[in-house]
Design a binder for this molecule. Structure first.
Ligand SMILES: C[S@@+](CC[C@H](N)C(=O)[O-])C[C@H]1O[C@@H](n2cnc3c(N)ncnc32)[C@H](O)[C@@H]1O
Length: 241
């Protein structure tokens, strides 16, 4: 897999660059996310939480939580605790402020952490959610294996990730929007000139569908399946252990 980094000319690791990028765009992230996806991202998270609801998970980890939208949606599952983990302190700060307003601070614990090296005991998490995070991991397999380690046997994971639609005319329309319009809006509204070029470039290089499923299996997940969402713009990957 080609390693795509936000700032091509910089020498730092992908992880350090991703952390800097999300720290830079944190204050505009929510607004841009909803503008650029026309609010559909909300429906995708709801769908993943509906999938997990059948298992009634009590201990949840929302990996790469960012500003916490997946964790807030997971409150519908009435869990005892949600570990909302991310590399970017600025994203976490906004998540924590939203949590205070939503009165969810007793349940959602925002924690700075790295998906590839978690400070959590093995076999302790009932359900894991990851929204648009795995594409940003420096080492995808290390991150997936680490999430598998902390998940209980019989636990479940739901991963959302952007993907490339394949059918005419959605493919052509989406490609044009994603490569020509989105980077311009992103540049205008965020404080980072590179972040919204990194987005389409990283989606382009990322393994998807069956290829992603075989990586999940290699990393220890069982019953792995993928479901295309909204004409294949997004995919939901689910698995167990
Ligand atoms: C596109 S945002 C997604 C935020 C949120 N999950 C959502 O659905 O809107 C991706 C997040 O992944 C985080 N991230 C990337 N690599 C990570 C890692 N190795 N460990 C933890 N978080 C990571 C970034 O800091 C960023 O906040």
């Amino acid at each position: 897999m080609t390693q795509v980094t936000p700032y091509k000319d910089k020498k730092e690791s992908k992880k350090a660059q991703v952390e800097t990028m999300f720290d830079n765009i944190a204050s505009s992230y929510d607004r841009l996310n909803h503008i650029l996806s026309a609010g559909i991202d909300v429906l995708w998270r709801k769908k993943a939480i509906r999938f997990l609801s059948q298992y009634e998970p009590k201990v949840i980890m929302d990996m790469a939580t960012g500003t916490g939208d997946f964790a807030f949606e997971a409150m519908r599952l009435k869990p005892e605790i949600i570990y909302a983990i991310d590399l970017s302190v600025n994203m976490l700060d906004i998540g924590q402020q939203k949590s205070v307003k939503k009165k969810t601070t007793d349940t959602i614990k925002f924690i700075k952490g790295d998906a590839e090296n978690l400070d959590l005991e093995s076999n302790t998490i009932d359900a894991i959610t990851v929204g648009f995070g795995v594409r940003n991991f420096e080492n995808l397999k290390t991150g997936l294996k680490e999430m598998n380690r902390v998940m209980k046997p019989g636990g479940h994971i739901a991963i959302l990730e952007l993907s490339k639609p394949r059918k005419f005319p959605i493919k052509q329309g989406f490609d044009f929007y994603f490569h020509n319009i989105l980077p311009i809006i992103g540049k205008l509204l965020s404080k980072d000139n590179h972040a919204y070029n990194y987005l389409p470039n990283s989606v382009e290089a990322f393994p998807e569908n069956e290829e992603f499923i075989s990586i999940m299996q290699e990393c220890g997940f069982t019953e792995s399946k993928w479901t295309p969402l909204t004409f294949g713009i997004c995919a939901m990957y689910t698995g167990s252990k």
